[in-house]
Design a protein around this ligand. Structure first.
Ligand SMILES: [Zn+2]
Length: 440
């Protein structure tokens, strides 16, 4: 919360959130909106340009049990802002992390492509930085320990830091884990207990951190002088190109491009010396940073900055246009679904990723339109989607009931998903929502 204004406003905000979360009292949130003094997470600019409003939405991972359906559901504003000073794109309202991560049902190990990505990343790090048994590495947001487990064959000393309940899975695998949020205080404690790290990784967590300054001070406290900090985050350019606005949800506070990240590291005596675009989560960037002057800067940095400039990521007009395409996309999808329903056909959803809920809620897709969502994860089967209350059921129903249409919510893995479902005997048509709504 510290990123957002004075102590007085902070208390008023907290009050607003607390009341809103319990009873859905709109008046409080409206009051709070008047008090808000939001500023840029990176350069502290107070005059941010709001370009996209996805409405009030529940936390995207807050799946409901049947007995919760009648109770009021907490919803929070979901909108995006552009900073014309440092070009950061960020969310406008920060939900208390204790609410967001309390019942976190996501575990890294279940996702095959992420597993392969982590294995490749660790292999790269071990060979590039000659990591051996005498070295110590840290993974922030280590979840169930999937990334760290890849260091085991190399004998490298590892530590995970993660506040969620997934950390117990890591401990069961024998991976040392500190159960906490990463910040300056945690970093100083870890440094006293374990020493400084040669490599620190933070995958799909660097854009989620609320107190970014404390996080960065923590990195500088626990990273060796010659160490490397590697982060992976969803990439703004990929979101703009694919129109994948379903990547926008309350857990994701920032939508990074390279230029503002570079500015962030500079504030803490660090520099970005290498960057790669990777496939994870419909397009991400992997950013290598170190203390100034330790590693020569690779050509990749200048090249990506030039590409961002060319693609308009530093211009407000790009985001005005992005928002226009988002609203047009909602119209196209809702019209298509309505037409299908009018013809008497059935539609189900495929996969219940967190991001699916941004799409369902923004487009107002109710259970009368999409009757159920088919999912393989036992953690979500039997629950209802936040906001729209669509039941999540076991995947086998797809083959037994053969609905005419299936809307693919996990569209980033659509080709792989479709061929699997065809092999298992699904005969209906697929609706793919991004980059353009289309029927296959
Ligand atoms: Zn800024």
């Amino acid at each position: 919360m510290q990123a957002l204004g004075s102590a007085k406003i902070f208390r008023q905000r907290r009050l607003g959130i607390a009341v809103y979360a319990r009873g859905g009292v709109r008046g409080n949130i409206l009051n709070y909106r008047r008090f808000r003094r939001m500023y840029c997470f990176i350069c502290k600019n107070k005059h941010l340009f709001k370009f996209l409003d996805l409405g009030d939405q529940p936390p995207s991972d807050a799946f409901l049990r049947k007995e919760d359906l009648e109770r009021p559901e907490a919803k929070y504003p979901l909108s995006l802002y552009f900073c014309e000073e440092c070009t950061l794109v960020q969310i406008g309202f920060v939900v208390d992390p204790k609410i967001l991560f309390r019942d976190y049902v996501y575990t890294t190990g279940m996702n095959n492509s992420l597993r392969a990505n982590f294995k490749a990343l660790v292999e790269t790090l071990v060979s590039r930085y000659a990591l051996t048994k005498s070295d110590f590495v840290i993974d922030i947001g280590s979840n169930d320990g999937t990334l760290l487990a890849n260091y085991t064959p190399h004998g490298v000393n590892v530590l995970g830091i993660d506040p969620s309940s997934a950390s117990t899975l890591a401990k069961d695998k024998g991976i040392p884990t500190e159960v906490d949020f990463f910040n300056e205080r945690t970093a100083l404690r870890v440094e006293r207990k374990y020493g400084k790290a040669k490599v620190i990784t933070a995958t799909n967590v660097f854009a989620h951190v609320n107190d970014l300054d404390s996080f960065m001070r923590g990195i500088t406290a626990v990273l060796r002088e010659d160490g490397v900090f590697v982060s992976e985050s969803g990439y703004l350019l990929d979101m703009v190109l694919t129109l994948g606005y379903d990547a926008i949800y309350h857990e994701h506070l920032r939508y990074y491009s390279l230029r503002p990240l570079k500015a962030l590291f500079e504030r803490f005596g660090m520099e970005v010396f290498d960057v790669e675009r990777i496939q994870s989560h419909s397009g991400s960037i992997r950013v290598y940073a170190a203390f100034n002057g330790v590693h020569p800067t690779k050509a990749s940095v200048g090249e990506l900055l030039a590409l961002e400039e060319k693609k308009g990521l530093y211009a407000r007009q790009t985001f005005v246009e992005f928002a226009r395409r988002v609203y047009a996309h909602r119209d196209a999808l809702t019209v298509l679904l309505a037409d299908v329903k009018k013809s008497g056909k059935r539609i189900v959803g495929i996969g219940a990723p967190a991001k699916g809920n941004t799409l369902l809620n923004f487009c107002g897709i109710i259970p009368e339109t999409v009757n159920c969502i088919l999912e393989k994860s036992a953690l979500k089967i039997g629950l209802f989607t936040p906001g729209m209350h669509i039941p999540v059921v076991g995947e086998e129903r797809l083959f037994a009931e053969q609905p005419e249409y299936a809307l693919i919510l996990a569209w980033n893995i659509a080709p792989e998903l479709m061929s699997k479902l065809r092999q298992k005997g699904f005969k209906g048509k697929f609706i793919i929502p991004f980059p353009r709504v289309k029927i296959v």
